[in-house]
Design a protein around this ligand. Structure first.
Ligand code: C2E
Ligand code: CA
Ligand code: CA
Ligand code: CA
Length: 277
């Protein structure tokens, strides 16, 4: 037993070493990857639960790494958050989203809103407002077509500055989506002070709806209703979840039941198909 114990320690050390090596590699490769154009945005539809028409797309990053191939966002976003590289990555992805919106418009495609996930780190400097203004101008974006998703933690640390930044974005029509709502450390006490527009109910709550109703979902919906916030339920995979959320007054949804995140061309094809219906 003793030697096995030692072996395990050794095993964990190796696993840990590999993990650290992988983290260091990702950290090194990220900056290069931005320059090398290795990141691509996929688009997942957000739809009305009443009649399933598509109302917007969420942009989700995909990394095509030249050596290791596809790297999922959960493998590098948290690392980029830690190292601070998330700032450059987010700004790059906002550029990509702006460029894609302009490309669709120039091709005569229907105008659609795209939401981009950004770190709450941006909400610590008014420079971010200028950056967003530049993107709107550079890609001639109609008001409100490029919006943002943020998680609640981080915003609260500097509530008054975050509020000024969000208000600074208002002339552009930039709506703020509060992501993963209900998980982790909650902004509940601050929610009424934050000038956000949309709550995204985290997938973990929606998952549970397959088994039985969840009173927390009712609570989130009634909270949103009294604060006059729109609600999007994430990760809808089956009709039971859809029906339940719809019955409870949730307006919008997102999930594999309509579509996985798709490359830009495929996402637009899907939108056109839905528009014809
Ligand atoms: P998120 O913002 O909560 O995004 C939703 C995640 O759930 C996405 O995973 C999406 O593909 C997945 N999803 C959507 N519908 C379903 C469903 O019905 N079933 C299941 N099983 N999954 C579903 P993805 O693309 O792997 O992204 C993971 C996370 O990485 C995101 O969570 C977000 O926090 C982060 N992320 C992704 N793209 C970006 C980005 O461009 N910038 C930043 N800062 N973070 C990003
Ligand atoms: Ca999101
Ligand atoms: Ca989310
Ligand atoms: Ca999530």
């Amino acid at each position: 037993a003793k030697s096995r114990g030692r072996g395990q320690v050794c095993y964990f050390n190796n696993a840990m070493r590999r993990k650290l090596k992988r983290q260091a590699d990702i950290e090194n490769d990220l900056q290069h990857g931005i320059k090398n154009d290795e990141f691509e945005l996929y688009f997942q539809p957000i739809f009305s639960l009443q009649d399933p028409h598509i109302v917007s797309f969420e942009a989700l990053v995909r990394w095509h790494h030249p050596k290791t191939g596809f790297v999922p966002p959960n493998d590098f976003i948290p690392i980029a958050e830690q190292t601070g590289q998330i700032i450059d990555l987010d700004l790059h992805l906002l550029e990509l989203a702006g460029a894609q919106l302009q490309k669709w418009r120039r091709a005569g495609m229907p105008t659609i809103r795209v939401t981009v996930n950004v770190s709450s780190r941006h909400f610590a400097s008014l420079e971010f407002v200028d950056f967003m203004k530049e993107i709107y101008t550079k890609y001639q974006l109609p008001n409100g077509t490029l919006c943002l998703e943020i998680t609640e933690s981080g915003l609260i640390e500097n509530l008054s500055l975050a509020t000024r930044i969000i208000e600074g974005l208002e002339p552009l029509g930039v709506k703020l989506y509060l992501d993963d709502f209900g998980t982790g450390y909650s902004a509940l006490g601050y929610l009424h002070q934050l000038p956000i527009h949309v709550l995204k109910i985290d997938k973990s709550f929606v998952d549970q709806l397959t088994q039985k109703e969840n009173p927390l979902v009712d609570a989130i919906l009634s909270l949103a209703h009294s604060l006059k916030l729109t609600v999007v339920a994430e990760g809808i995979e089956n009709p039971k979840q859809w029906a339940l959320l719809k019955r409870k007054g949730c307006q919008f949804g997102q999930g594999y039941i309509v579509s996985k995140p798709l490359p830009a061309d495929k996402a637009m094809e899907l939108l056109l198909k839905h528009t014809e219906m």
